[in-house]
Design a protein around this ligand. Structure first.
Ligand SMILES: NC(=O)C1=CN([C@@H]2O[C@H](COP(=O)(O)OP(=O)(O)OC[C@H]3O[C@@H](n4cnc5c(N)ncnc54)[C@H](OP(=O)(O)O)[C@@H]3O)[C@@H](O)[C@H]2O)C=CC1
Ligand SMILES: CC(=O)N[C@@H](CCC(=O)OP(=O)(O)O)C(=O)O
Length: 345
């Protein structure tokens, strides 16, 4: 297949290029840029020198539909709103890594993103691309709203509990930590080295745009779940997210019961690994891979369940999951191109 990447000069785009370049069903990759047309990608990313040696093209609908079958948008909010409808109408599959098409209610989008929402008809045509819980819809989709990085770690970590009758639905707290690559390639005062090195920051307390995305899915799975507390933090590392999730059990449970619940939910899922008793995942154990690793435990003293869920934000949290969706949409084996062992150490 021929694939195009809009936003190829960003981190999500670069990761798509790295992974799609080794994908056995991808014969051509076309890179598009809104600001660096005509420039060779190697000028922006010397790490692909001698491997991928092509010029960035300008984003033109007419040529795009002749050049590619699938378009990945690794672009900031607003770009997909502008382009996805037209690209899909031209006959290409669309996989959008931004948050533009994830929220079903345009008013909720406008409240949290503080910008105009995409047309409802476009939102309604987009399928939320969390393969482990939405595979049947993804198979038939033409437009994918690829989940956010924090929602991916959080939702995979919470789904078995949300769908069970074990938890007090008003007690969900998500304490999430991310590496700085989650903020993209453009330098900022928040993420530059002197600000982040030897530092640990909380940000966007109670206002992060991933709150409504997490709540939307949890509510779909269990309509008694209305709100959650979600707080994101920046940690001085490049890749990785750890979501530590605390939920009160509404009845007596046990570590054995919880582990069984998780093992059953994910036994057929290649990319979700439930850790054995007493073992909790670290971000480095999924580094550079499409895995989500989960540990779960129960504190009999407090009646609280703790779930630890880790992903690589650029892979399972963005580009790897986008390729997993691409594979499902096209009837390919789900692991194609993304089946590498995590990098360690
Ligand atoms: N980084 C991560 O871990 C994750 C990112 N995401 C989401 O994926 C998307 C991309 O993120 P990321 O790669 O980190 O961001 P970056 O800031 O690193 O890259 C975004 C790219 O978008 C392109 N772009 C900017 N403005 C426009 C425009 N008006 N039209 C077309 N292209 C434009 C730019 O490329 P050029 O100037 O060459 O056009 C830029 O390189 C974002 O929506 C982000 O929230 C989701 C999950 C995780
Ligand atoms: C560390 C960091 O800054 N992370 C980003 C999350 C990136 C992401 O997933 O955003 P989208 O929903 O737009 O895809 C943030 O908190 O905004």
């Amino acid at each position: 297949m021929r694939v195009g990447i809009i936003g190829a000069t960003g981190y999500g785009g670069a990761e798509l290029l790295r992974l799609l370049n080794q994908h056995p069903k991808v014969e051509e990759i076309v890179l598009y840029s809104s600001s660096k047309e005509g420039m060779n990608i190697q000028e922006s990313y010397p790490h692909v020198s001698g491997i991928y040696n092509k010029e960035l093209k300008s984003i033109k609908l007419q040529s795009m539909k002749e050049e590619v079958d699938t378009v990945f948008l690794a672009t900031p909010p607003g770009v997909s709103t502008e382009w996805s409808g037209a690209i899909a109408k031209a006959g290409c599959q669309v996989i959008d890594l931004s948050g533009d098409l994830r929220l079903q209610d345009p008013l909720v989008y406008e409240t949290w993103y503080k910008r105009e929402a995409a047309p409802l008809s476009l939102i309604e045509n987009a399928v939320y691309g969390l393969p482990e819980w939405n595979r049947d819809y993804i198979k038939k989709a033409k437009i994918i709203a690829n989940p956010g990085c924090y929602p991916t770690a959080t939702l995979l970590g919470l789904a078995p509990l949300a769908k069970s009758e074990i938890i007090d639905v008003d007690s969900i707290i998500i304490d999430a930590k991310s590496g700085t690559s989650g903020a993209g390639r453009s330098p900022s005062a928040v993420t530059h080295y002197s600000e982040m090195n030897e530092n640990f920051k909380i940000y966007q307390i109670n206002t992060h745009k991933h709150v409504p995305e997490i709540e939307q899915l949890l509510n779909e799975w269990n309509n008694n779940i209305q709100t959650v507390t979600f707080q994101p933090h920046l940690v001085p590392m490049v890749r990785g997210i750890m979501a530590t999730i605390y939920v009160k059990a509404k009845r007596q449970t046990s570590e054995e019961e919880l582990r069984e619940l998780y093992q059953e939910a994910y036994q057929k899922e290649h990319f979700v690994r439930v850790r054995p008793k007493g073992q909790f995942p670290a971000t480095k154990e999924v580094y550079g891979s499409n895995y989500c690793d989960i540990g779960v435990t129960y504190d009999e003293r407090t009646g609280r369940i703790t779930v630890v869920s880790v992903i690589d934000n650029v892979v399972k949290g963005a580009s790897g999951q986008a390729i997993q969706n691409f594979n499902i949409m096209n009837g390919f084996e789900e692991e194609l191109g993304i089946n590498n062992v995590p990098m360690y150490p």
